[in-house]
Design a protein around this ligand. Structure first.
Ligand SMILES: *[C@@H]1O[C@H](CO)[C@@H](O)[C@H](O)[C@H]1NC(C)=O
Ligand SMILES: *[C@@H]1O[C@H](CO)[C@@H](O)[C@H](O)[C@H]1NC(C)=O
Ligand SMILES: *[C@@H]1O[C@H](CO)[C@@H](O)[C@H](O)[C@H]1NC(C)=O
Length: 184
């Protein structure tokens, strides 16, 4: 017959050891030294849709249709410059480079996929990736931030776009972009 063993209890030293091991297993130095941070920015896109210095151009579309913003299937490529204030001569923050595609059959929505490519002192060489479908003719358009590079690695967040001035004759508009992003 096997002897009946006394019930095992966790003595203080054992508990302490388990506790220490558990802390060591859950300790990630990279997370501890770089806590996620939230960054907010207000940027201004300088957008020229016509003329010799256009920064937004239709490059493809459905044959036999006019390649306009409201025509389904029209693809635009853009390289807007981005400034600190609505004034086009204010300090440069970077550029908005990518594509817009009119993606609703009725022309109401555009799908965007572009990068904010920073060139300012704070974020020079870093990028944010903006993507999603938005109602292009509404006052406030919202798109996600789906990623980023360098200072914005693992970025996630959202942006709002509002046209703050438009000169139809010159095809020139200034668009305010508010960015809220978590990264790190
Ligand atoms: C286009 O850019 C060139 C070079 O920066 C400038 O000289 C010219 O005045 C611009 N044209 C228009 C219509 O803005
Ligand atoms: C950004 O970096 C480039 C080269 O990587 C450099 O030429 C430029 O002066 C930098 N701009 C600022 C504002 O630091
Ligand atoms: C964007 O930021 C500006 C300045 O803080 C603010 O006035 C504006 O209401 C914001 N826009 C949106 C859609 O939140």
């Amino acid at each position: 017959m096997a002897p009946i063993s006394a019930p095992k209890t966790l003595t203080f030293p054992r508990l302490f050891l388990l506790f220490t091991i558990s802390i060591l297993m859950h300790y990630h130095p990279s997370e501890a030294t770089h806590p996620p941070q939230t960054t907010e920015m207000v940027l201004y896109f300088q957008d020229f849709a016509t003329g010799p210095n256009a920064t937004l151009l239709p490059v493809a579309g459905i044959a036999g249709k006019l390649w306009t913003f409201s025509q389904f299937g029209t693809v635009f490529v853009t390289d807007d410059f981005i400034t600190e204030t609505p004034d086009p001569d204010s300090p440069l923050v970077g550029r908005g480079q990518g594509v817009y595609v009119t993606s609703a059959l009725d022309g109401s929505s555009t799908h965007v996929a572009f990068s904010i490519v920073f060139a300012n002192r704070a974020y020079n060489g870093s990028t944010l990736q903006i993507q999603g479908t938005g109602k292009q003719f509404e006052a406030v358009r919202e798109y996600s931030v789906v990623g980023g590079t360098r200072k914005f690695r693992f970025a996630q967040g959202y942006t709002t776009f509002e046209t703050v001035s438009a000169d139809v004759r010159r095809g020139y508009s200034v668009i305010r972009c508010n960015v809220t992003v978590r990264s790190g």
